[in-house]
Design a protein around this ligand. Sequence first.
Ligand SMILES: Cc1cc2nc3c(=O)[nH]c(=O)nc-3n(C[C@H](O)[C@H](O)[C@H](O)COP(=O)(O)O)c2cc1C
Length: 230
Amino acid sequence: MKIMHVDASAKRERSNSRALSQHFLERLREEGLDIEVDYLDVTVDTPPHVNEAFAIATYTPSDERTPAMKATLAASDALCKRLLDADALVFAMPMYNWSMPSVFKAFIDSVTRTGLTYVFTDDGRIEGQLARQKVLFITSRGADLRAGPYSSMDALTPALRAAFGFLGVADPTFVDAQPLQFSDQAARIEALERARTELAAVAAHWANPAKPAPAPALEQDNDVMALSQE
Ligand SMILES: Cc1cc2nc3c(=O)[nH]c(=O)nc-3n(C[C@H](O)[C@H](O)[C@H](O)COP(=O)(O)O)c2cc1C
């Protein structure tokens, strides 16, 4: 299985989302899955923000693009190819100000491409081209947004669902580790344990689709990882 693995936390050794995505890949290997990983750290190789040249070139039909337009789109073309070549996508990121890190938004802007990751069909529909890929989002959050005062603040999950739904990802899996910062130590440890348990179930399901897919996070009440220091 060819996996594209993307990390987006500004933190490195102390990042929980990075540790969880690494943990997930280790679980896949332990499940006996033969995986080939294409790794991208979007905090290091950050796709450029949309600028005027990109905005014009991306909507210019491919057979009408100038050499300069083609050059503008070259890095984005290559990123799209990496996504399309993968069998599975693992995206790990913290919640920043209720949504995604800006580097991951830049990634989305770079891979949402007419004629590549989505196409217009003959009958005028838009068809996302990532329908084949298994997709897992691992998110880490300081607060607990499952219930309570912050439950209406989650602008991350819907944004990821919308952006990747448009690209054909109908049923992504979410493992949300929360609360990891705005809580006591026991709640943080429990949140990480819960996330690791959910990731183990996802890994088992990916390795053996006959095994049941994990229940959505809200319906789970089980709980394991060294807690990195916030
Ligand atoms: C700039 C910044 C903004 C943040 N905004 C939020 C937020 O809106 N909601 C939240 O629950 N946590 C927020 N957090 C906390 C992080 O989501 C949390 O600490 C997470 O576990 C970090 O993941 P990481 O360890 O992979 O970096 C924020 C953290 C930072 C650094």
